[in-house]
Design a protein around this ligand. Structure first.
Ligand code: HEM
Length: 158
């Protein structure tokens, strides 16, 4: 299990980035032949991406809740993500085709992709007593002091 780091840290990264969430929903459990290939394709792609950092994936986290499996991913840029998605030599293109051919629009397996482009300086983070996590794990972190609601800039103007 990842080791907890006591105290507060914040992300120490000053570049644009992309947050991408991708996931599936098992709508009909008995349609095993439809959702199993989608379910197993995900770790395969993640292994491929982790093996070659130049593809642009900074880090990812997989979460399961009920019927939904969701992967939160941090990418260097939208260009990296698009290049990977369309690449002739990587796995995604094949899975995309497989999905289009095999999973019909009849509600059997849900699939989603969400892409958020985030500009440098337009994100704010805080991790207290956490193991390396989220964007901090994906990039760099630095030590920070604890905050206090009575000691806030906004209080000065109101
Ligand atoms: C590492 C995980 C994944 C990444 C990074 C990823 C990335 C992307 C991106 C960037 C697109 C948009 C491409 C474009 O329109 O130019 C896309 C579309 C698509 N992907 Fe993925 N994907 C992932 C997982 C999956 C999985 C698990 C499947 C199914 C087995 C899948 C099937 C599809 C399909 C069907 C589309 C077209 C969606 C639409 O028509 O709106 N992807 N993917």
């Amino acid at each position: 299990m990842a080791k907890v780091r006591p105290g507060r840290v914040v992300v120490d990264y000053e570049d644009d980035l992309v947050v991408f969430t991708v996931g599936m929903r098992i709508n009909k459990f008995w349609k095993f032949g439809k959702w199993w290939p989608v379910f197993t394709s995900m770790p395969r792609m993640l292994r491929e991406l982790q093996a070659d950092p130049d593809l642009g994936l900074l880090d990812s986290r997989t979460m399961i809740g009920g019927r939904v499996i969701m992967v939160v991913q941090y990418w260097r840029s939208e260009e990296h993500l698009e290049r990977y998605a369309h690449s002739q030599v990587h796995a995604h293109r094949g899975f995309w085709k497989w999905f289009n051919r095999n999973v019909k629009s009849n509600g059997e397996v849900g699939l989603w992709h969400e892409l958020y482009k985030v500009r440098a300086g337009e994100y704010d983070t805080s991790y207290i007593n956490m193991p390396p996590y989220g964007l901090a794990r994906a990039t760099k972190e630095r030590d920070a002091t604890r905050t206090d609601p009575d000691d806030h800039e906004a209080d000065a103007v109101h």
